[in-house]
Design a binder for this molecule. Structure first.
Ligand SMILES: [Zn+2]
Length: 412
C-alpha cells in the first residue's frame, strides 16, 4: 500500500526529473518534457506549475513571444510556452581539493559562473580538520568575491581524489588526508551549515563533461583523468555509474603488469603506477635530483622541469612519456572493449603534456581494441583544469539539491 511518504518521495523524484530535463535542454516546452521523461502531460503540467510557483523555473522570453502569437505554434495551433531554469533561484558552490590547490566555482541555478577562484595550498596527508579549514577559507573568499554570504549558498559539491562512498559521504582513502576513513560529508555539513555532497573528483569532471562538455548528448561515454593519480568517470545510459558500493570506475588500479611496479594503493602492477605523476617522477628520479616528493610543490616543480626537458627533445624523458602513453593506451583499449563507449574523453592537468605521449597512446589503444571497435571510438582530449572540475562539483550540487535526502534514497 502506498503511504503519504511514498507519495511525497515520488513527487520529489518527478520534480527532479522535470528539472533535469529542463537543465539538459536549456529551454523546452511541456509537451517535450512529457515525451522525454515518459511522465503524463497532466503530471508535467502539475509539476511545472509547482516549479513556476516556487521560482525555480520561468517562462523563456521566446515563450512570451509565443503567447503574443509571434512564435511557433503547437500541432493544435496553440502557442507553445517554453520553460527554462530561473538563474536567480539560488546559488551553489563547487569545490575541488587537489594536493596543491583548492578551486572554488560559484554558479547560479542555471549553472552560469558567478565567481571562481584558485587558492594554493599544501593538502597532502593532512588531518581532516586542516583540510576542512582550507576548504572553508577558500569558499568564504569566493563568496566575498561573489557578493554573497555563505548562508546564501544552497548547496556545495566537494570533489576529492581517492576512494569516496558518495551516498555515505565517507572518504575511505585520499592522498589529501593523513588517515582514513573520514566522514567528510558530515564534517563539512556541520562546519559550513549548508548541505554538502562529496564525490570522487573524476566523477565531477565527468559531470562537467556531461552537462557542458564533449559528453553532452551522449548516453554512454567515459572520462579518463590523468593527474597525480589516474581516475575515471563512466556515464552509462545517461547516468553516472558509481557501482554497488560507490567505488566503481577505479581505472587507475586495474592491473596491467602482474607483480609490476608498486602503486600508492599498496598493490603492484596498477596502471597508475606507470602513468600517474608520481610514477613518471619516480622513473625520472635520477635525471631530476628532486627533493621530497611528499611536497606537492616539489612534485609540480619536477613535472614542469620534465616538460621543459621533453620539449627540448631529451631522449630519456621522451622514452618515459612514451612508455606511460603505451600503458595508458593499453588500459583505454581494455575500457573500450568492456564498455563500448561512444567517446573516451581524456582530461586532467597532465593533458598539458599530451603531445609527448599521444602517438604511443593512440597506437597502443588501436592495437589492443577488438576489431569491431577499431577506428570507431573517438579518443578526445580536454585540457580543462581544476577550475572546470570545480564547476562539475557545482553541477553535482545542482543535481542533488531537489532530490530527496541521500538517507531517504538509501533506505528505498
Ligand atoms: Zn593501485
Amino acid at each position: 500500500m502506498k503511504t503519504a511518504a511514498d507519495g511525497d518521495l515520488i513527487r520529489r523524484i518527478n520534480r527532479h526529473r522535470v528539472l533535469t530535463e529542463i537543465r539538459r535542454r536549456g529551454t523546452v516546452a511541456r509537451v517535450d518534457i512529457a515525451a522525454a521523461t515518459a511522465l503524463s502531460p497532466a503530471t508535467v503540467t502539475t509539476v511545472t506549475g509547482e516549479l513556476l510557483d516556487a521560482g525555480l523555473i520561468e517562462i523563456a522570453e521566446d515563450g512570451e513571444a509565443a503567447r503574443r502569437g509571434s512564435a511557433t505554434l503547437s500541432a493544435r495551433g496553440r502557442p507553445r510556452v517554453l520553460l527554462r531554469l530561473n538563474p536567480a533561484a539560488c546559488h551553489v558552490a563547487g569545490v575541488k581539493i587537489a594536493m596543491h590547490q583548492v578551486s572554488v566555482w560559484i554558479s547560479d541555478f542555471a549553472g552560469n559562473l558567478v565567481r571562481s577562484i584558485m587558492v594554493p595550498v599544501r593538502a597532502n596527508r593532512q588531518p581532516p580538520e586542516v583540510v576542512a579549514d582550507l576548504v572553508e577559507d577558500a569558499l568564504r573568499q569566493a563568496c566575498v568575491g561573489a557578493g554573497l554570504k555563505l548562508a546564501e549558498i544552497a548547496g556545495i559539491g566537494l570533489g576529492v581524489p581517492g576512494f569516496i562512498d558518495f551516498s555515505a559521504g565517507i572518504c575511505h582513502w585520499s592522498p589529501v588526508f593523513g588517515e582514513g576513513p573520514v566522514a567528510l560529508r558530515s564534517l563539512m555539513t556541520e562546519r559550513l551549515g549548508r548541505p554538502v555532497f562529496v564525490d570522487n573528483d573524476a566523477n565531477l569532471a565527468t559531470y562537467a563533461e556531461l552537462w557542458r562538455g564533449a559528453g553532452r548528448g551522449h548516453d554512454n561515454f567515459l572520462v579518463v583523468t590523468v593527474e597525480h593519480g589516474v581516475g575515471m568517470g563512466a556515464v552509462v545510459g545517461g547516468q553516472l555509474y558509481r557501482g554497488s558500493k560507490g567505488f566503481g570506475s577505479e581505472f587507475g588500479h586495474t592491473k596491467v603488469a602482474r607483480g609490476g611496479a608498486l602503486c600508492r594503493c599498496g598493490q603492484r602492477g596498477c596502471l597508475e603506477a606507470y602513468v600517474a605523476d608520481f610514477a613518471i617522477l619516480r622513473e625520472a628520479g635520477d635525471l631530476l635530483s628532486l627533493g621530497d616528493l611528499d611536497d606537492p610543490f616539489e612534485v609540480q616543480r619536477g613535472l614542469d622541469r620534465l616538460a621543459e626537458m621533453a620539449r627540448a627533445g631529451d631522449p630519456e624523458v621522451r622514452r618515459i612519456h612514451e612508455r606511460a602513453g603505451e600503458m595508458l593506451g593499453l588500459g583505454i583499449a581494455n575500457l573500450i572493449n568492456l564498455f563500448d563507449p561512444a567517446l573516451v574523453i581524456l582530461s586532467g592537468e597532465r593533458m598539458q603534456l599530451y603531445e609527448f605521449y599521444e602517438a604511443a597512446m593512440l597506437a597502443a589503444a588501436r592495437d589492443n581494441v577488438l576489431s569491431v571497435h577499431r577506428d570507431r571510438t573517438p579518443i578526445q582530449v580536454n585540457r580543462w583544469g581544476d577550475e572546470v572540475w570545480a564547476w562539475g562539483a557545482a553541477a553535482l550540487a545542482l543535481h542533488e539539491l531537489h532530490l530527496p535526502p541521500l538517507e531517504e534514497r538509501r533506505a528505498v
